[in-house]
Design a protein. Structure first.
Length: 339
């Protein structure tokens, strides 16, 4: 195992590295094989798969049961792992303490790199420090953009959730909505809270948050239905994940509400719902890309000393809007489970 990793406080990242990393990524994607050269001249690379010694990467997320978003993240990570000759070890738990234990397990297994989500960063801080002390490079993805640098992570891949929420709020102004309820399916998740805060900042109408248990979909449905029956002035349901959005469509029907539904994140069923007019629009943060780049960045760091984002800036994967105007283009990729 390469033990040259140093926490951010003790290293200087080359600002040109993102260009090098991007060039290598583009070169890999432009080939039908997807392979890449381990050294200049390609002496240690073979077509279709990196010829570098196998490394082990642990991907540890806060995914809850049944959330299809994380299937897409994992698929992207596995694609990169297959290309890079990486053994990918995936684990997840929505409970922050349990997620921290999973990271500790990865440390104990002496993995070569860790990719982790920081939905509840305070609970992860100590174990991340342990990984860095053990010489294991750590990158972040999806959640934790505000804290990845101070916790010493190598790189971060995701969207700025506040900016995403603000863009969402502006989009709602264009639709003519007046009263939105923002459904948070995991209380304490900093990324979800930031999304709703961003919506509230730019949306000119009234906004309120509604907390539901995202791991219990019947409860989600009944809670949203009750809220819509209680307040008929709600004309927009904002959800933060595709499964919650699809359930909200049912809640709107059950409540005989005139509210419309718009959401963050995609899956195949969600693109179908946009086509059918059941969902107004979605914000796509490209979870496949998050998983892919997180694993690929650890390969690049180990084999070429690259720092994605130069070690100073996050690598943004969103936001991008998907609506009736462009859904047909996106849907063909969503059908494969990659968008």
């Amino acid at each position: 195992m390469d033990r040259t990793f140093q926490p951010r406080s003790r290293r200087v990242a080359p600002f040109f590295a993102i260009a090098a990393a991007s060039a290598m990524f583009i070169a890999g994607c432009s080939s039908s094989s997807g392979g890449k050269e381990a050294e200049e001249g390609g002496a240690n690379a073979s077509a279709g798969k990196a010829n570098t010694p196998q490394m082990t990467v642990a991907l540890v997320t806060h995914a809850g049961q049944g959330d299809t978003f994380w299937d897409i993240v994992r698929k992207g990570a596995q694609t990169a792992a297959d290309k890079d000759n990486v053994k990918l070890v995936y684990s997840n738990d929505p409970n922050a303490a349990n997620q921290a234990n999973l990271v500790q397990n990865a440390i104990d297994q002496k993995v070569d790199g860790i990719a982790v989500t920081l939905a509840k960063p305070d609970a992860m801080k100590d174990v991340i420090a342990k990984a860095e002390k053990a010489g294991i490079p750590v990158v972040g993805l999806n959640s934790g953009m505000d804290v990845w640098k101070e916790q010493g992570l190598l790189s971060f891949f995701g969207q700025d959730e506040t900016v995403s929420g603000e863009a969402f709020g502006k989009k709602l102004n264009e639709t003519g909505a007046k009263h939105a309820v923002c459904v948070i399916h995991e209380q304490g998740n900093v990324s979800l809270e930031a999304r709703c805060a961003g919506v509230k900042k730019t949306f000119k109408g009234k906004t309120e948050n509604l907390y539901v248990n995202g791991t219990d979909m019947p409860s989600v449905k009944s809670t949203i239905t009750a809220k819509l029956k209680q307040d008929s002035s709600i004309d927009e349901v904002v959800t933060l994940g595709a499964p919650i959005a699809l359930t909200s469509v049912q809640s709107v029907d059950d409540a005989s509400s005139k509210a419309k539904v718009a959401t963050f994140d995609l899956n195949k069923e969600l693109t179908d719902a946009i086509k059918a007019g059941d969902i107004e629009f979605a914000v796509d943060q490209q979870p496949y890309l998050q998983g892919y780049l997180a694993v690929d960045s650890l390969w690049l760091y180990k084999n070429n000393g690259n720092y994605s984002g130069g070690g100073e800036a996050p690598v943004l994967t969103g936001p991008a809007f998907v609506d009736k105007d462009n859904v047909d283009t996106i849907a063909k990729f969503a059908a494969k489970g990659t968008r």
